[in-house]
Design a protein around this ligand. Sequence first.
Ligand code: PEP
Length: 249
Amino acid sequence: MRRVLVAGNWKMHKVPSEARVWFAELKRLLPPLQSEVALLPAYPMLPAAKEVFSGSQVAYGAQDVSAHREGAYTGEVSARMLADLGCRYAIVGHSERRRYHGETDALVAEKARRLLEEGLTPILCVGEPLAVREKGEAVPYTLAQLQGSLEGVEPPSPDALVIAYEPVWAIGTGKNATPEDAEAMHRAIRQALAERYGEGFAMRVRILYGGSVNPTNFAQLLSMPNVDGGLVGGASLELESFLALLRLA
Ligand code: PEP
């Protein structure tokens, strides 16, 4: 019912000339897949992604987008530009954006709305910091973030929205949530989506887990009924480990 999605978030790694070679290698080595694969490199690599991946089974997208449609916003990149480059996805609300750039739930929702206007699918990230989990408040904290980040966000279909649960303490740390903890959070997220968009809709929205996913822990995480794939940072940078993840999906 929900097609597994494995999305690689390259963050601020690699340069366009390296990326072009890497993309071509991925395309060459990729077996036919049942799951969906997406790469999310930095903006300057998107033209190469378009060149290499157009018409292939690899989708691609961006790691952020402007909350504005167009205008005098120096340094910003609009959803329309991403659409023109053939992007299918863009991450919004990654914890690194929230932490280092002060992004609020309201801003994240605004960005998600811009993407939907242009036919792109937001991969909307939520997740709690360590102190919140230690206090036993991970679920209410994450659901409040989800509600705020979905304010006014009306995806036209369940495929037009992806949620990524990324506990902040698990990102880039080598510590992943247990499959059971991830499942409990994903179930709570799906319940909240059902209250907002209706049961039938929520059952079809993909909820990815992110936070130190690697070829050793991915199969167990994926075996959970509400885990529909992974948003992968570090392990998406090496071709071998990314291919290993795709073979498990
Ligand atoms: C991420 O960048 O969203 C992420 C989960 O990173 P990592 O897999 O390296 O923890």
